[in-house]
Design a binder for this molecule. Structure first.
Ligand code: S3P
Length: 168
């Protein structure tokens, strides 16, 4: 496998950060969570960024951070759930990494995201928001090289699948 980075994509709450951390530890690669980089760069939470600067500014910064994160080699890059909506981002991901889409069923996602105040797109009626967005983004993650449903798997099992795919 000649791809030199691994990019984790998927809806909110599908386990990108958790899997990314474990995968990085296993491979000894660097782990980058683009949301964390954005928060650090902007000096504010994702929620504050949406509220104060608006989603378009967030998306612009997100694209820049994705590009920068995939500039080198041997990084595991966990991206925000909406990063795949921009074609430019999808191209950068495909060109510079092995793209793994993580999925989970709606119930699992709702359970995982409902405790989190820092996900502006699913505040309010969380279940309704998740169902609506899942429908809108139904095919958004289809471009991945590999798709893994995380609902019934342990983190270790997911890591093993990705590592064996990559023949690492
Ligand atoms: C978003 C997902 C979030 C974060 C932002 C927008 C989305 O990342 O980037 O709240 O549009 O799905 P996670 O997928 O890590 O929650």
């Amino acid at each position: 496998m000649e791809k030199s980075n691994i990019v984790l994509i998927g809806f909110m709450g599908t386990g990108k950060s958790t899997v990314g951390h474990a995968l990085a530890a296993r491979l000894g690669w660097q782990f980058v969570n683009t949301d964390d980089v954005i928060e650090e760069q902007q000096g504010m939470s994702i929620s504050d960024m949406f509220a104060k600067l608006g989603e378009p500014v967030f998306r612009q910064v997100e694209s820049e951070v994705i590009q920068a994160s995939l500039d080198g080699i041997s990084s595991i890059v966990a991206t925000g759930g909406g990063a795949v909506l921009a074609e430019q981002n999808r191209n950068v991901m495909k060109e510079n990494g092995y793209v793994v889409a993580l999925t989970a069923n709606a119930e699992t996602i709702i359970e995982r995201v409902s405790q989190d105040q820092n996900r502006p797109l699913v505040q309010g009626d969380v279940a309704e928001r998740v169902h609506t967005l899942l429908e809108v983004r139904k095919h958004a993650y289809d471009f991945a090289d590999r798709t893994i449903d995380t609902s019934e798997l342990t983190v270790e099992e997911i890591v093993n699948l990705i590592v064996s795919d990559m023949k690492l």
